[in-house]
Write a protein that binds this ligand. Structure first.
Ligand SMILES: Nc1ncnc2c1ncn2[C@@H]1O[C@H](COP(=O)(O)OP(=O)(O)OP(=O)(O)O)[C@@H](O)[C@H]1O
Length: 240
């Protein structure tokens, strides 16, 4: 389980996250959603120990973050791809598997390459990949290492709709062994998550299953929840 307690983070004078407390349940897909710039990536980086937080605490499996031992348990797919352009797609997969200290069967490599539709292009240099191909390769690398925790920052940006559905099926399969945290801007993807954390104003404005959140706000889609939150904020500001 991942746990943040009263965690705060500022960059200079700008407070990005204030007093954030969340529990991310095991073997579920938790979606972190919110407008651009609300601190989703910052929260993920703090959770992974890539960014120092100012106050509060973060724990993964009862171990305080940062801790080097935790890194082996976490697979991370960043927004900006960190691939080796002078290696082929297949060589990148092999390189990262080696880095994670995993022995991965050819069958697993094959089926993941098929899933992200890169089988045909596995021997091409990544330098010659399109943006969408690079994202699919990053996703393959995150999936293939089967980490206990899989953190995906906007994994389906630039991926076509049919492939997106296959990837979501695969993510739901992975839940048996992994705990997933996914950021997304895409509201129909938010509905596919088991739990949602809606970020707004430096913290979590609403949480629960997608259905619970819709019912609590009396709306039919997640975009409307954000509109309602704006209205509540405006009404509170006017009352002050
Ligand atoms: N290293 C940094 N130094 C200073 N400010 C930063 C740094 N990283 C992020 N920020 C600021 O923190 C805020 C939150 O950024 P973050 O990338 O976490 O948002 P986000 O919700 O992930 O956005 P998006 O959905 O657009 O990816 C932004 O105002 C950003 O400019």
């Amino acid at each position: 389980m991942m746990q943040l307690s009263n965690m705060s983070k500022s960059f200079g004078k700008q407070t990005i996250l204030q007093d954030v407390s969340i529990d991310i349940s095991a073997n579920q897909i938790t979606g972190l959603i919110g407008p651009s710039g609300t601190g989703k990536t910052t929260l993920i980086k703090c959770l992974m120990g890539m960014e120092k937080y100012d106050t509060g605490s973060i724990q993964i499996d009862d171990t305080a973050v940062p801790n080097r031992k935790l890194l082996n348990k976490i697979g991370y797919m960043a927004q900006s791809d960190s691939l080796y352009h002078d290696l082929t797609g297949l060589e990148n997969i092999q390189f990262f598997a080696h880095m994670y200290g995993r022995k991965i069967s050819n069958k697993a490599v094959q089926s993941t390459l098929n899933l992200v539709q890169l089988e045909q292009d596995k021997n091409k240099l990544v330098a010659h990949y399109s943006g969408g191909m690079k994202r699919r390769l990053s996703l393959a690398i995150a999936l293939i290492n089967q980490p206990e925790y899989l953190i995906l920052d906007e994994p389906t940006v630039g991926i076509d709709p049919v492939l997106k559905l296959n990837i979501w099926d695969q993510l739901h399969d992975l839940k048996k062994e992994s705990t997933l945290l996914i950021t997304t801007h895409i509201m129909d993807e938010a509905m596919k998550c088991d739990q949602l954390l809606l970020m707004k104003n430096k913290g979590i404005a609403a949480s629960g299953t997608p259905q619970e959140i819709l019912e609590n706000f009396g709306v039919s889609d997640i975009d409307q929840v954000f509109l309602k939150l704006e209205e509540i904020e405006y009404a509170n500001a006017s009352a002050d």
